[in-house]
Design a binder for this molecule. Structure first.
Ligand code: NAD
Length: 429
């Protein structure tokens, strides 16, 4: 979520925190401690370009809180990266790791750059120079980065390699999201999408509903959306629509099939960015509709798994009465105004930082495996993921029931309370 004019993600993160801190009656010192990052690093990164010139990039690493364990969070490469974006994302990582009950804190990093404009060699040099600026402040016991927007397993590998060059040893646990044959965890690709569906499965059980009778419409057809669809269909559910960005037409489309999509058929005509070939989809009987229509179908479940602000004041009223569950795969897909409207309509919203925590949970598993230099099977990883996501769901669900609050507030309460207690137990406040 990049900082747009008039929209400041860090202010929004602080407002969300303040509201729950008030409800929890947190003392003043804890509020002061938790509404700002513990530490942040801003630095210039000079990089030698292929043409012999030098270009200076701006880099950030923000460590919001590490009372529960080493900071964890991705490094983004984005032309519109800002200090406040990184601060907000670091704070949200603190709550995400805490609600998932992981022994980790929250951090985030970024570089203002557009990797599309950089050659592979220039990107490699940028990764290595980034690490040279921050190596003393990250590490398996301090702060463990991961990929994020426009950074990949290859970027993580260059960063790990540079860290090892400097430190003079092997430190696979310094970074996660590595390629699988270089210490990456099995199951990471599936983790976020599967994690969503583990929680949806439990929610449906609580509502005494049969997953086999459940229909869903998904926004997106990338990593999260495809694996969420895969497991949901495996459990017997029906996905009637998915959507994606169309590079050629420069707009999104949703693809609808009343009796359910054939996942493998659609995957076969989708590129690595999650864009479906429109002509081939039409040939296969999928009706291309406008991008917004994904949320207008008469389904039980909406699963936003593409972008922030997907459900806002402008379209929340287009959601039909049939929908009574929204499970957020994307980060920040629902604006606060739309969230209030959904609550008024008794639509259950499983909030992003709970529902999509499967990604960071699996990253934590990668950290554990790397630190032990011992690697688990995919079944073992997914079994632990299922247990972890199921437990996290029930803790939030039960608190929401007992306090009669929405799931988002219950999730925030658990997360903030856990971090606050860790700060107190350490004697920080
Ligand atoms: P991705 O790049 O693999 O897929 C994104 C998908 O969204 C693509 O299919 C793209 O075509 C589609 N899309 C883009 N613009 C669209 C639009 N206007 N309308 C409809 N579809 C559109 O990304 P991803 O990894 O699947 O991540 C999706 C969301 O989930 C992001 O918000 C991301 O931050 C969040 N998330 C991802 C992970 C993870 O492990 N991948 C973990 C936590 C949260």
């Amino acid at each position: 979520m990049m900082a747009e004019e008039g929209y400041n993600p860090f202010k929004m993160a602080q407002q969300q925190f303040d509201r729950i801190a008030e409800q929890l009656d947190l003392d003043e010192a804890l509020r002061d401690l938790l509404r700002e990052p513990l530490r942040e690093y801003h630095f210039n990164i000079p990089v030698k370009m292929d043409d012999g010139s030098t270009k200076v990039f701006r880099g950030f690493r923000v460590q919001h809180n590490d009372a529960l364990g080493p900071c964890k969070g991705g490094i983004r490469f984005h032309p519109e990266e800002t200090g406040d974006t990184v601060r907000a994302l670091a704070m949200w990582m603190t709550w995400k790791t805490a609600v998932a009950d992981l022994p980790l804190g929250g951090g985030k990093g970024g570089v203002i750059c557009d990797p599309h404009d950089l050659s592979d060699r220039e990107q490699e040099r940028l990764c290595r120079e980034y690490i040279k600026k921050i190596n003393k402040n990250i590490g398996p016991l301090q702060d463990v980065p991961a990929p994020d927007v426009m950074t990949s397993a290859q970027h993580m590998l260059w960063m790990m390699d540079e860290y090892e060059n400097i430190e003079g040893g092997k430190y696979p646990g310094v970074i996660t999201g590595k390629p699988q044959d270089m210490g990456g965890s099995k199951g990471r690709t599936e983790a976020t999408g599967y994690g969503l569906v583990y929680q949806l499965r439990e929610l449906l059980k609580e509502l005494d509903r049969d997953i086999e009778e459940t229909t869903a419409s998904i926004q997106g057809f990338g990593n999260v959306a495809q694996y969420a669809a895969e497991l949901f269909i495996e459990y017997g559910g029906t996905v009637v629509s998915v959507s994606c960005w169309d590079q050629e037409d420069e707009k999104p489309y949703s693809y609808y099939k009343e009796d359910g999509i054939d996942l493998e058929e659609l995957r076969g005509i989708t590129d690595r960015f999650g864009s479906i070939d429109k002509e081939k989809a039409e040939e296969k009987g999928y009706q291309p509709l406008s991008g917004d229509e994904w949320l207008t179908h008469e389904v039980d479940v909406l699963l936003p798994a593409a972008l922030e602000n997907a459900i806002s004041e402008d379209n929340v009223n287009d959601i039909p009465d049939a929908v009574d569950i929204i499970i957020s795969g994307a980060n920040g897909p629902i604006t606060p105004e739309a969230d209030d409207e959904l609550e008024d309509r008794d639509i259950i919203v499983v909030p992003d930082f709970l529902a999509n925590a499967g990604g960071v949970m699996c990253s934590y598993f990668e950290q554990v495996q790397s630190n032990q230099n011992y690697y688990w099977s995919k079944e073992e990883v997914l079994g632990k993921l299922d247990n972890g996501m199921t437990d996290a769901f029930y803790e939030v669900w039960e608190l929401a029931q007992s306090k009669d609050v929405r799931l988002r507030d219950a999730a925030y309460m658990i997360a903030i309370q856990r971090v606050a207690e860790a700060c107190e137990a350490r004697g920080w406040v």
